[in-house]
Design a protein around this ligand. Structure first.
Ligand code: ACM
Length: 542
């Protein structure tokens, strides 16, 4: 089908030349093919300078698994069968994440200034091998050889991410690691871990054990296929701090930063069910529970000193676990109903001279932002954080509409483009009728976001000048969890749309071409097959 699409599509200018290139995703900035192949053998070693040693070990282990060759890591000069990874002679212009990969019939070398670049070079090198290079065990009968190429490559954007919502459905640590492996394949570098929700709090906080004793568990969930029903089954789970450290280290070894999200002031019902004293206790009918239905909930944190102390304590533990410069504090979909009803919230508004509840939210967020700054971190939040005034140093994650991006850019704030229009991976990727015909478990939240539309995204389209373009840090795909009950469904929703988005984020706009992406995709899907990733099989779209 993909081939048919390609033949039907018009062969654009540079495409004819691109057709001959190896199927690397995301497409490198510059790639030229040469003559011949470089053969790996039982004698091959990975030679690395000191800074490149860990990267060399990573590649060696990957190659050992599939080839069965010993692949020793060495520090000396490479012999004819060896692969070199080095920071020596790397052009400074490659930057923190760029690399140069040169394969001739005589030699293979990755040069990079920084190890993030060398690691991306390794991902490209693996993609030059047959797809069985992504298997989990030794594969016999494969010609382990690399085509001669000259690649110079670096990313367009510095924020290339994926968000995983584990609040709606808990996804165990080992499965999270599998998602991180698939991110590494795509040279993504930001894993946004959505850890708290109305329906579940997923991270152990030592000072507040009830957050996980109570907040990590709900009594029931809507089953697939009926949003207004109860399955009556207890659902939950959480990550201990040791498990969080393990995931953060696993990601760091793959040059991926884990950005934790702790939602406030809304999406907080599970936290408030655990510690009701931090909710708006003076509103009529106050009876917080870990929520058993989807959709926006009225429970918000109360704007009181005790609440700030609680949130600061939580964030102190979070900052100790996550080295990320950015800490995501949510900020989306916080209904103002309770603050309107709460005498205590209204008093806070009077005391602080705030005219609207939106200003109260901004005041709330500013306080948290100042606290994060005191820990040398930066606040990032969904675009609602600007509704009552945007803190100067806040980074905004735009999800609703480009107008929020334009507004933040005009104020001088940085932006990550995560709009529903092109990056919400909880939307259907084929027409809902065809998805649902396959069974209830294929239910999605709604919407329609086919692969081609993801690929057509240009996160910089909102920028009005080069300065604003620099304020756009990048983009990420959102795997929201209401209809994602396990890692298989997460993978189904994510891939290959994340493959398309990775190319959006990595490859210069002028070098991208959907027909050429489709040409490379079948090989890439074979890699995902080898990795055991349960992706959606793309269909022609209308
Ligand atoms: C969001 O979708 N509420 C960020």
């Amino acid at each position: 089908m993909i081939v048919a699409l390609l033949v039907a599509g018009s062969v654009a200018g540079g495409l004819a030349r691109d057709l001959a290139l190896p199927a690397v995703i995301p497409k490198p900035q510059k790639m030229e093919t040469g003559e011949g192949v470089f053969k790996l053998s039982a004698k091959s070693r990975i030679c690395a300078d000191r800074p490149s040693r860990a990267t060399a070990e990573y590649l060696a282990e990957r190659l050992r698994v599939v080839t069965g060759y010993p692949f020793k890591v060495a520090s000396g000069k490479p012999d004819s069968d060896d692969i070199l990874i080095t920071t020596k002679d790397a052009h400074a212009a490659l930057g923190d994440e760029g690399y140069e990969l040169t394969v001739t019939s005589q030699s293979t070398a990755i040069r990079a200034v920084k190890q993030a670049g060398a690691f991306h070079g390794v991902q490209t090198l693996l993609q030059l091998l047959p797809p069985q290079a992504f298997a989990k065990t030794k594969v016999e009968g494969v010609a382990w050889e690399l085509p001669a190429v000259q690649i110079e490559d670096q990313p367009r954007f510095k924020w290339r991410g994926m968000m995983l919502d584990v609040g709606r459905h808990f996804i165990p640590k080992e499965d999270v690691k599998r998602m991180i492996d698939a991110m590494a394949l795509h040279k993504l570098n930001m894993f946004h871990w959505h850890l708290t929700e109305d329906q579940g709090w997923r991270i152990e906080i030592k000072k507040y054990p009830k957050l996980t004793e109570v907040g990590a568990w709900r009594a029931s969930s809507p089953p697939y296929g009926n949003r207004n029903a109860n399955d009556g089954q207890r659902h939950g789970g959480f990550y201990t701090q040791e498990e969080v450290k393990e995931v953060v280290a696993y990601a760091a070894a793959r040059h991926i930063t884990v950005v934790p999200e702790i939602e406030m002031p809304g999406h907080a019902a599970a936290a408030i069910a655990s510690y009701p004293e931090f909710g708006n206790t003076d509103v009529p009918g106050f009876s917080p529970r870990v929520v058993t239905r989807w959709g926006v909930q009225p429970y918000t944190f109360a704007p009181r000193e005790e609440t700030f102390r609680f949130l600061e304590d939580v964030l102190t533990e979070v900052c100790a676990l996550f080295p990320s410069k950015y800490i995501h504090i949510g900020g989306d979909e916080a209904p103002k109903t309770q603050w309107k009803q709460s005498a205590c919230a209204q008093e806070a508004m009077k005391r602080e001279g705030l005219k609207t509840e939106e200003e109260l939210q901004s005041w709330f967020i500013r306080r948290i932002g100042k606290f994060l700054e005191s820990k040398n971190r930066r606040l990032i939040g969904w675009d609602e954080i600007q509704e009552g005034g945007l803190p100067k140093t806040a980074t905004m994650m735009v999800w609703r509409d480009a107008k929020w991006a334009k507004h933040a850019l005009a104020l001088g704030n940085d932006v990550v483009m995560a709009t529903t229009s092109h990056t919400y991976l909880d939307y259907y990727q084929a027409k809902s009728e065809s998805e649902l015909a396959r069974g209830n478990e294929f239910e999605a939240i709604g919407g329609f976001l086919p692969l081609e539309k993801v690929y057509s995204y240009n996160p910089a389209f909102v920028a009005e000048n080069p300065a604003q373009e620099k304020q756009i840090l990048g983009t990420q795909g959102q795997v929201w969890g209401e209809y994602v009950k396990d890692v298989n469904k997460a993978q189904y929703m994510a891939f290959p749309r994340v493959s398309a988005l990775a190319e959006v984020a990595w490859t210069p706009q002028a070098h991208r071409n959907y027909q050429d992406f489709l040409r490379r995709l079948p090989t890439h899907l074979q890699r995902l097959d080898q990795m055991g990733v349960k992706y959606f099989k793309p269909e022609p779209t209308e």
